[in-house]
Design a protein around this ligand. Structure first.
Ligand SMILES: Nc1ncnc2c1ncn2[C@@H]1O[C@H](COP(=O)(O)OP(=O)(O)OP(=O)(O)O)[C@@H](O)[C@H]1O
Ligand SMILES: [Zn+2]
Length: 757
């Protein structure tokens, strides 16, 4: 992991005048190419500078690209094609171009493909299309020849004449509403010449947060932390790890650094995992600064993204809060980056360019010479080590705000306390809640407090099995079981989305009524809770049961206001939320994330469960957490119960060091995929045979990937493991460059792989 600020960044060297050697320059196109192409600028375009957005011919097409630098001169003059035009968009800022270069060099993705992340909304580069506005063309209707002065027309003209000059001329609909007439009246009057049609280019209105609004009174701990973060603003590149226990007020503290940056007139970027579902963050920000931040994520409508992209590029968006892709927005004057929940795996992008937004945020901070704050209650091991070695400033918040205590954690051994069946219409049904957890739920309900049952599994049951023949229903395109979603009466693949209606008979042996659900998902848990606590107000919160950000926010408000007794939730409930009445957290299957060969399985489970536990007892009432497990002695369970993150991380670090695993070593995964399994195996073996033989480098595999079949593609994996001093990128580049792949076979490179799918 190299998000440590040690490598030099390409592209930051001052670019010489582009036209030193004649009007030749290079243009990078957002297509999968490794380098920019040369073009000729012509006398009209002699003022082009790097970053300018231009249109150029490419083959038979016209493409939009970015002026990257002087030409490479590897093409004779007469073959050069001309730049067609420069678009009226601010140049892509130099620090962003440097990030694009860095990201491509690090991830080995084609340079043009990374540029595409920065030009994610191409229509934002087109000149904004004007809309029709109407203003009065006459002072009196009598001045319009041949027009009958009706009451409606009079009202329309009066409304247009009275429109404030400080505001853009209104649309037909707006003016009609103001005048109390139909839009047809407005249009008719315009045709007759009583109103003039004017083109109006409307800039989206981005509200301005006010940094001078007073924040809450900070505790001495918080004040000290905020002071250190404030001091970093304006002082150039620096990384701080803001490590605060759950409920310690990390958000309030980094808000102070945001205030400092805004007061200096610079922009702020806040990266959050799963933005759509943490809809409370913008409201909280607005509470502090009196205006909403600009949101950025893939669920926004395209037209809105176009407007926001433009606003950011023109420096008119003071604060952007977004998912990882917000990192590639063209901020002209970024002054601070915050990565909240920095340990979250959602910052790693798995398809397209496989980058980790947390690491790239550090790179962006360096290319822009600005500070970045990584906030977490359970920072990633690599971040902790960077803080320990002093590479990052460590800013701790050791206590919960307002004297709230951290919750009491205990394991609940499922072998000693097996769940007891409950009765569904007289038929015994399997239970997933052990008696001590049920007792705790009863106590909590009696006190009028809330329970969160945490189970990180969507749907009704993760596996459906035929009791007659033993057949397991799996996805035809993936090596994965189909997950039952009982509400929708479907079985779905959570990897490719394949869905079938729940079959009435076994598709293998055709027996009727033999298909049985195995294991719990949140829907199945909800069924048990409804039967055992019929009076309780229960909600299920999972990414597929929340209809969108608005309904998620509505549910969170209801929970906060005490309108819910029992919450059954997946990881969307794990972080960020602050529910004062929530005092009991039951983790239904604490062992769930620990199986599988994932390098970070233990670390991730620890982080996730710690986060979930942190939802309990955040206000006056103390909280309690019960972890249902079959292995209470597991180091993760012990670290959680003993509240000893430090020791857990030390053990984890020792283990990884012994195995030269990240962050003590480097990993690059190569996924070989194709429709024909034999061809995939052969290509995998050929790659292994030509693997680099260098000291400190080891190549493992090929072996079937954990998802050996995904969307109909067979997948085998090779893993290159190297000591930290090895620069893996040139090795992998040469290795793949020397290999010719048979048709239909693809190799996907993933530097610092996260998921081990
Ligand atoms: N100084 C303060 N004055 C008033 N309220 C505060 C103060 N500090 C924190 N709080 C409140 O305490 C709660 C927890 O704070 P916050 O959400 O910032 O903590 P956090 O460390 O980000 O929590 P987590 O990591 O668990 O999400 C919030 O409701 C916040 O408004
Ligand atoms: Zn599938």
């Amino acid at each position: 992991m190299t998000h440590d600020g040690t490598r030099s960044s390409p592209g930051l060297a001052p670019s010489p005048s582009l036209f030193q050697d004649g009007p030749r320059l290079s243009v990078l196109l957002p297509v999968p190419v490794d380098a920019p192409y040369d073009y000729w600028a012509g006398p009209d375009l002699a003022t082009l500078v790097p970053g300018d957005v231009v249109r150029v011919p490419l083959g038979q097409r016209i493409e939009t690209g970015v002026v990257w630098g002087p030409g490479a001169a590897d093409l004779p003059d007469h073959k050069l094609r001309p730049v067609l035009e420069r678009l009226d968009s601010p140049p892509l800022p130099a620090p962003l171009r440097a990030l694009v270069e860095w990201c491509a060099a690090y991830t080995l993705a084609p340079l043009g493909q990374v540029l595409r992340l920065a030009l994610s909304v191409p229509e934002a580069l087109d000149p904004p299309r004007p809309r029709a506005g109407y203003r009065a063309a006459v002072t009196d209707l009598a001045d319009v020849p041949g027009l009958r002065a009706t009451d409606a027309r009079r009202k329309a003209l009066a409304a247009a004449a009275g429109w404030p000059l400080t505001e853009p001329p209104p649309s037909a609909a707006t003016l009609a509403r103001r005048a109390g007439v139909t839009p047809a009246v407005i249009k008719g009057l315009a045709e007759a010449g009583g109103l003039a049609l004017v083109p109006v280019v409307e800039e989206p209105v981005v509200p301005t947060p006010d940094p001078r609004r007073p924040g809450p009174l900070l505790s001495p701990d918080q004040r000290a932390a905020a002071g250190r973060l404030r001091a970093m603003v304006g002082a150039g590149f620096g990384v701080a790890l803001l490590e605060g226990v759950t409920g310690s007020g990390k958000t309030e503290v980094y808000f102070e650094a945001i205030a400092e940056t805004l007061a200096a007139g610079r922009q702020v970027l806040v990266l959050l995992p799963e933005i759509a579902l943490t809809a409370r963050w913008p409201a909280r920000f607005a509470g502090r600064f009196g205006a909403l931040p600009v949101p950025w994520h893939s669920d926004l409508p395209r037209s809105q993204r176009r407007d926001l992209w433009r606003a950011v590029a023109r420096g008119r968006a003071p604060v952007v809060v977004g998912a990882r892709s917000a990192l590639f927005l063209p901020f002209p004057d970024l002054g601070l980056i915050i990565v909240d929940e920095e340990h979250d795996g959602a910052f790693k992008q798995d398809d397209g360019v496989p980058y980790n937004a947390r690491d790239m945020a550090v790179v962006r901070a360096r290319t822009g010479d600005l500070p970045v704050i990584l906030a977490s209650a359970t920072p990633a091991l690599e971040t902790v080590l960077n803080a320990r070695t002093g590479r990052y400033r460590h800013v701790p918040l050791p206590r919960r705000h307002g004297g709230a205590r951290l919750p009491d954690m205990a394991t609940l051994d499922l072998r000693a306390h097996p769940p007891e069946k409950w009765s569904r219409e007289g038929v015994p049904a399997q239970s997933f809640l052990a008696p001590p957890l049920l007792d705790a739920m009863v106590e909590t309900l009696t006190r009028g407090e809330q329970t969160l049952l945490f189970l990180n599994r969507r749907g009704y049951a993760p596996l459906t099995l035929c009791r007659a023949c033993g057949h397991r229903l799996h996805c035809p395109h993936c090596s994965a079981w189909l997950v039952e979603h009982r509400h929708r009466r479907q079985l779905r693949c959570h990897h490719c989305g394949h869905a079938i209606p729940t079959p009435p008979r076994c598709p293998m042996c055709d027996a009727a009524d033999t298909l049985a659900a195995c294991g719990p998902g949140v829907e199945r848990l909800a069924e048990e809770v409804a039967a055992r606590f019929p009076q309780a107000r229960t909600v299920v919160a999972a990414s597929d049961t929340l209809a969108g950000p608005a309904s998620a926010a509505e549910m969170m408000e209801r929970i906060e206001a005490g309108g819910v007794d029992i919450i059954i939730g997946t990881q969307v409930m794990a972080k960020g939320h602050h529910f004062p009445l929530l005092t009991l957290v039951g983790v239904v299957d604490a062992d769930l994330g620990l199986s599988g060969g994932d390098l970070r399985a233990a670390e991730r489970t620890f982080q996730l469960l710690h986060q979930v536990a942190g939802r309990a007892g955040r206000a006056e009432r103390p909280g309690r957490v019960l972890l249902q497990t079959t292995d209470p002695a597991h180091p993760v369970m012990r670290a959680l119960v003993e509240g000893d993150a430090e020791r857990f991380l030390s053990v984890e670090a020792e283990t990884r060091q012994a195995l030269t695993m990240p962050p003590f070593g480097r990993l690059v995964a190569l996924i070989v995929s194709g429709r024909d399994e034999d061809a995939v195996v052969t290509a995998g073996r050929a790659l292994a045979a030509s693997a680099p033989r260098v000291a400190g480098v080891e190549v493992l595999g090929p072996a079937p990937a954990a998802l050996a079949l995904l969307r109909g593609q067979h997948r085998h994996r090779l893993l290159l493991k190297a000591t930290r001093d090895v620069r893996v990128q040139p090795l992998v580049r040469d290795w793949l460059g020397a290999t010719t792949l048979p048709r239909g076979i693809r190799v996907r490179v993933d530097v610092d792989p996260y998921g081990f799918l």
